[in-house]
Write a protein of this length. Structure first.
Lengths: 237, 283
């Protein structure tokens, strides 16, 4: 059974439909990129998958024993976080909040999980540094480690490289690729960088006026990709 | 000077004042960090004006214990403010400004229309800027204040990790199934309780200072959420003790003396953070 299935989903705010007729499925181990113009409903789709808002129509279902609260989410940074006094360890540990449930304090296993994930993303040397003093790339890795604490199976990444310089962007993509290929974590990434999406992902969901869902190869042959690539001035193909 | 303090400490009223002052300072500083970081500090300000309005109504109704009316009214407004901030078309900050200024105006108007007191402006002034009322607390009031403070501290410790999660990233918390709205509501209710308690100490206009200054000072120097919280609690208690003692000895108004000490501490912490940033390895 698929990890995540969307059937004929319609999305929007206050019954104003932004996007409708979205159907796709994500299997364990997939690397799916959601692309589309600004305002095409990518973020709305992601928020609906995460359960932050309800779909106006259609069904979103989870399989393979995945629950909606067990998705590892990497949101875009907020203004509040820019000046937040918290250490890397405190933030990564807060990824265990779904496991923790109603218990007031984190257990020893949860603390170990946080330590392991910091090690995995090479954050151990800066575990006690303050979040607001880190570089943009380090901050993203901290939030990624927090997302890994929340999930074993599925990561949802919202524009994970926005605001990063080219070198750090490449490192970030390499890190995500490693999590997908070596650790078998399913990736669902929102991106407006179509060239990188085609390079990194094995499945593409294109939202906007025309909907497309399929493998990377099929997408490259599709008319919507051609048009999008030309208007974006993309020359990566 | 120590002898003078010892002499004053023999009066139970002074001891009550110190106990209540310390408890209120502790409670108000705990949530200060969250309030500042969540951009909720204006809610504290708005609620204190609401508490003033409620106090005026309680005074007119000649309630024996005005806290029984002021507390529920302020909590109700806290809930309303939080909702308006999230859902309605009127922008959150504008709604808060409307409610707080409205409460202030209506409160003063009602006091003028119905008052029986011969010294109206004196009464208003002491409600706004704090008064000697902290030195005239009854034993029952001290108990009420102690119990509420203990409840606030226990709630804060039990929900510390959740409050951190909700403060740092609401969307992530919501995606992880944490009931963000419930915790926001809890925070707002606790703030309302703290504000009503703190009115005794510093008066309704100066409460925000008690909530914000220790948090801002601690954030200058410390770098983890835990150390910022602990530092702001310790700092707030020290400033309140110093302020109360100074005001007793020098005969200055309690509320504004405490706030002045808080401002002084803030300046000191600013200076420390400057020095730390310049020295290598610090920051």
């Amino acid at each position: 059974m698929a990890l995540l299935t969307c059937e004929n989903v319609a999305l929007g705010y206050d019954s104003r439909v932004v996007l409708s007729g979205v159907s796709f499925e994500v299997n364990a181990g997939d690397y799916l990129c959601i692309v589309g113009e600004n305002g095409s409903g990518k973020s709305t789709l992601m928020k609906t998958i995460l359960g932050l808002q309800k779909p106006l129509d259609g069904v979103i279902s989870f399989g393979d024993g995945l629950r909606q609260t067990e998705i590892g989410y990497l949101p875009q940074q907020t203004i509040v976080q820019k000046d937040f006094p918290a250490t890397v360890r405190e933030i990564v540990l807060s990824g265990c909040q779904a496991r923790c449930g109603r218990r007031p304090f984190y257990s020893r296993e949860e603390k170990r999980l946080a330590t392991d994930n910091m090690e995995r993303l090479n954050l151990s040397p800066i575990a006690n540094r303050c979040y607001r003093e880190l570089s943009g790339g380090q901050q993203q890795r901290v939030l990624l480690a927090r997302a890994l604490c929340a999930t074993r199976k599925l990561l949802v990444l919202d524009e994970p490289v926005s605001g990063l310089d080219p070198r750090v962007t490449a490192e970030m993509y390499a890190l995500i690729r490693r999590l997908n290929r070596e650790d078998g974590i399913t990736i669902l990434m929102i991106s407006h960088d179509i060239a990188a999406a085609i390079q990194e992902a094995d499945h593409i969901l294109h939202v906007g006026h025309e909907l497309f869902f399929g493998t990377r190869e099929a997408y490259l042959r599709s008319p919507s990709a051609r048009r999008f690539l030309i208007t974006e001035g993309g020359d990566a193909v | 000077m120590i002898e003078t303090i010892q002499m004053y400490l023999q009066f139970p009223l002074v001891r009550y004042a110190l106990i209540v002052g310390v408890l209120i300072a502790l409670c108000s500083s705990l949530l200060g960090v969250t309030l500042v970081l969540k951009r909720f500090s204006f809610i504290g300000d708005g609620l204190s004006h609401v508490a003033f309005g409620a106090m005026a109504i309680a005074g007119i109704l000649h309630l024996t214990n005005d806290m029984l009316f002021v507390m529920p009214a302020t909590i109700l407004c806290a809930v309303l403010l939080l909702r308006t901030g999230q859902h309605t078309k009127i922008k959150g900050d504008a709604a808060i400004a409307m409610i707080s200024v409205g409460a202030l105006a209506i409160g003063y108007l009602l006091l003028n229309l119905f008052t029986t007191s011969s010294n109206l402006s004196g009464d208003v002034c002491s409600t706004l800027f704090g008064s000697a009322s902290i030195l005239t607390l009854t034993q029952a009031e001290v108990w009420l204040c102690t119990i509420l403070s203990v409840i606030v501290v226990i709630i804060f410790i039990l929900f510390y990790n959740k409050i951190f999660a909700v403060t740092f990233d609401e969307d992530f918390a919501r995606a992880a199934g944490t009931r963000v709205e419930a915790y926001n509501l809890l925070i707002a209710v606790v703030i309302a309780v703290i504000i009503v308690l703190a009115m005794n100490l510093v008066g309704s206009l100066l409460i925000s200072a008690l909530i914000i200054f220790p948090a801002m000072s601690a954030m200058r120097v410390f770098r983890s959420f835990r150390s910022v919280t602990i530092c702001s609690a310790v700092l707030s208690v020290c400033c309140a003790l110093t302020g109360i003692l100074i005001s007793i000895i020098a005969g200055t108004p309690v509320g504004s003396t405490i706030v002045a000490v808080d401002i002084g501490a803030f300046l000191v912490f600013c200076a420390i953070s400057r020095v730390k940033r310049r020295s290598p390895g610090g920051g």
